[in-house]
Design a binder for this molecule. Structure first.
Ligand SMILES: *[C@@H]1O[C@H](CO)[C@@H](O)[C@H](O)[C@H]1NC(C)=O
Ligand SMILES: *[C@@H]1O[C@H](CO)[C@@H](O)[C@H](O)[C@H]1NC(C)=O
Length: 285
């Protein structure tokens, strides 16, 4: 008769442990009636006014922990330009980096607006902006805090890279499109799942700069370096690094194009960044 109570206690402990694991990933906003909507917001960060645009999933469910995806714009860009998109045939970015149609309402998107249209991150002020957005959003909306992501093109790639360096515990993965170290790398010694793409003909931030960022995470993630892959003519070539620490993959896509977030493979009219990015992000659940 001793056995039953013990097994009941054991089962209860197991359930509590499981609940703890599940609940640990849910933000304080889970279960709350949200006040944040799909619109622009303003906040004060270190005495400066900052803006960001929110995009909630259709039929937002306050009890479902969502992915939280930050979309950083390029130099001279803006949050509005990310939301509206610009002609991809002229080197523009498709709306929201093309991710919402792929996300199937599994993600909350955040589109921050840069000071002087960029992410110089002076004194860490853009990292502080990120911290304050994440805190504010997660207090109000239901976010899976194991599933925060960042992506961006060019300067926005630099800002995504900076978060991989400075906020490795917060970021599940980043996707750096034609990026360089432009927003700093405070820290930068811990693993973060890392996707990047770059063109060998990049006339703005040359490909060596993208390789340099990638190699930091090849090292941090414990992956085995490979000899430098080349594009296959007009086709991009994807390299998935081997032997990375579990949960910390690195994927590198090399193409023969210029500084372009909307590069397509020869014979295709669809930019490959959105699908590559979402395939990379959505492997984490
Ligand atoms: C989209 O999400 C819904 C609800 O979570 C799911 O039922 C459906 O299968 C998903 N569709 C695709 C194409 O993944
Ligand atoms: C890439 O650009 C950097 C910075 O302008 C420069 O130092 C480096 O020599 C360039 N590398 C190549 C291969 O052009």
């Amino acid at each position: 008769m001793q056995r039953r109570p013990n097994s009941v206690v054991a089962a209860a402990l197991l359930i509590l442990t499981w609940l703890g694991a599940v609940m640990a990933a849910s933000s304080a906003g889970c279960g709350k009636t949200p006040s944040i909507k799909s619109q622009q917001y303003t906040m004060q960060v270190n005495g400066k006014q900052r803006q960001y645009i929110m995009k909630l999933p259709d039929n937002y469910d306050q009890n479902r922990p969502y992915r939280l995806v930050f979309l950083w714009h390029q130099r001279g860009g803006s949050a509005t330009k990310i939301v509206q998109g610009e002609d991809p045939n002229r080197g523009g970015v498709v709306p929201y980096y093309g991710l919402p149609p792929l996300a199937n309402n599994s993600a909350i998107f955040v589109v921050p607006n840069g000071l002087d249209s960029g992410w110089a991150n002076n004194g860490g002020e853009d990292t502080a902006f990120f911290d304050q957005m994440a805190k504010t959003i997660e207090a109000d909306l239901c976010v899976d805090t194991n599933l925060r992501f960042a992506t961006g093109f060019s300067y926005g790639g630099g800002m995504s890279f900076n978060l991989a360096c400075s906020r490795p515990k917060m970021m599940r993965a980043v996707a750096v499109l034609s990026g360089a170290q432009l927003s700093g790398c405070d820290g930068g010694n811990e693993p973060v799942a890392y996707y990047a793409q770059h063109g060998t003909s990049d006339s703005v931030l040359n490909v060596s700069m993208g390789r340099q960022l990638r190699d930091r995470f090849v090292k941090n993630n414990g992956c085995t370096p490979v000899s430098e892959p080349s594009p296959n003519g007009g086709q991009s070539v994807k390299t998935e690094y081997k032997n990375c620490k579990a949960g910390y993959p690195v994927t590198w896509v090399i193409h023969n194009g210029d500084h372009n977030p909307s590069q397509v493979d020869q014979g295709s009219s669809t930019p490959f960044a959105p699908k590559n990015t979402w395939d990379f992000f959505s492997q984490f659940t």
